[in-house]
Design a protein. Structure first.
Length: 376
């Protein structure tokens, strides 16, 4: 293994899951410390990796033996370069010997079945994939990520509707029809009174995805998230932002993700080109936003903020959009970068009008975005 090709954090998380499966208690702070140690020492030398884990992950003397056995199996898999290529959960079995007695000479075929306990350690590439940066995904990992994203349930905070529904408790609105029907079943006596209350309905979700050249490493994964949102629930609108604005809701409505993404790619003529976020948002506000699509909706802009247009135009259009939207969220995949600051002209112009500014570089970040969308 090479430190240049294997992220220390991914190795730390994977090995921590192995230890926890063996019954070793490993707090999150120890996992972080192990990852930091690997980042400093590298993972080219077995002894360095062993002692980095021994010093940070083992908190009780009785766990040392389990740690040694787990590390031996884990290092063997890591050295074979298989732990990072798993597509489904793999099981590792470690036999814990009850004593240190020598073999009595029986061959495996002649030996009696052993009653010694077996520890089953399980680790999954899914956990590594959830934290991996979208820019580092392979085509196979994109397909796996699509499956994870399809399980997301994007439910915005509910809004009150003009429609009325039955109430479980007393309100100021009597339900005369149900009350009379109940009275007829009781020979005309209004034994039970029924009431009405305003119903709720989910808010519309509007997704604006930046498909410019600077977003290309992330757009190929985020377009699959947008598809999962459109195909998974009603009242979702999707647009592509580049040098122009393209509505892609109909193209992404197909249940087949590959077909949907292909149709969207054909519809978006400026994919991988420049970015004029301000002009794109102006068209959205004029043609769709203020006519009702964004009014009271949750609007999500997925962009790194790099813009070739006038930042004053972007700021003006963001302000217009914020006035009509219920919540305005900006998702920036670069936000996770250590020392990141919104210095790009477009990002700096838009940020004052954003209600939530979140990361968007991984599946974990997208799941956090789903929580932000659901929060009133």
């Amino acid at each position: 293994m090479s430190a240049n090709t294997r992220d220390a954090g991914e190795i730390a998380v994977a090995f921590t899951r192995v230890l926890r499966g063996a019954g070793v208690r490993v707090p999150t702070s120890s996992t972080i410390a192990f990852g930091e140690a690997l980042a400093e020492l590298g993972v080219d030398h077995r002894d360095h990796t062993y002692w980095a884990g021994r010093a940070t992950l083992v908190r009780r003397p009785e766990d040392i033996e389990l740690y040694d056995r787990a590390f031996a199996v884990f290092w063997e898999h890591a050295a074979a370069n298989t732990i990072f290529e798993l597509t489904e959960e793999e099981e590792i079995q470690l036999v814990v010997d009850s004593d240190d007695e020598d073999d009595d000479g029986d061959t495996p075929d002649e030996a009696d079945p052993s009653d010694e306990p077996t520890i089953e350690l399980r680790f999954s590439a899914t956990e590594i994939l959830r934290r991996k940066d979208f820019a580092d995904y392979s085509p196979t990992e994109l397909e796996q990520a699509q499956q994870l994203m399809s399980r997301l349930r994007l439910a915005g905070s509910p809004r009150r509707s003009l429609r009325l529904t039955s109430a479980d408790s007393r309100t100021a609105r009597p339900d005369l029809r149900r009350t009379v029907r109940a009275a007829m079943r009781a020979h005309g006596e209004p034994m039970r009174r029924h009431y009405l209350q305003p119903s709720t309905r989910p808010r519309r979700l509007v997704l604006l995805l930046d498909v410019s050249g600077s977003m290309e490493p992330y757009a190929r994964a985020l377009i699959r998230f947008v598809h999962a949102a459109v195909a998974g629930r009603q009242k979702v609108e999707a647009f592509a932002l580049g040098t122009r604005l393209t509505r892609i809701t109909r193209e992404l409505a197909s249940r087949d993700p590959d077909e949907a993404v292909s149709r969207a790619a054909v519809a978006v003529a400026d994919y991988g080109g420049g970015t004029r976020l301000g002009d794109g948002l102006r068209i959205f506000n004029d043609e769709w936003g203020q006519r009702g699509m964004a009014r009271g909706a949750i609007v999500v802009v997925l962009s790194d903020g790099w813009d070739r247009g006038d930042p004053e135009v972007l700021a003006e259009q963001m302000q217009r959009l914020q006035r009509v939207a219920y919540k305005l969220i900006w998702v920036n995949p670069l936000k996770v970068t250590p020392g990141y600051a919104p210095l790009a002209r477009g990002m700096a112009a838009a940020l004052p009008f954003v209600d939530e500014f979140v990361e968007g570089h991984s599946i974990d970040a997208i799941e956090h975005l789903a929580d932000v969308i659901a929060t009133p």
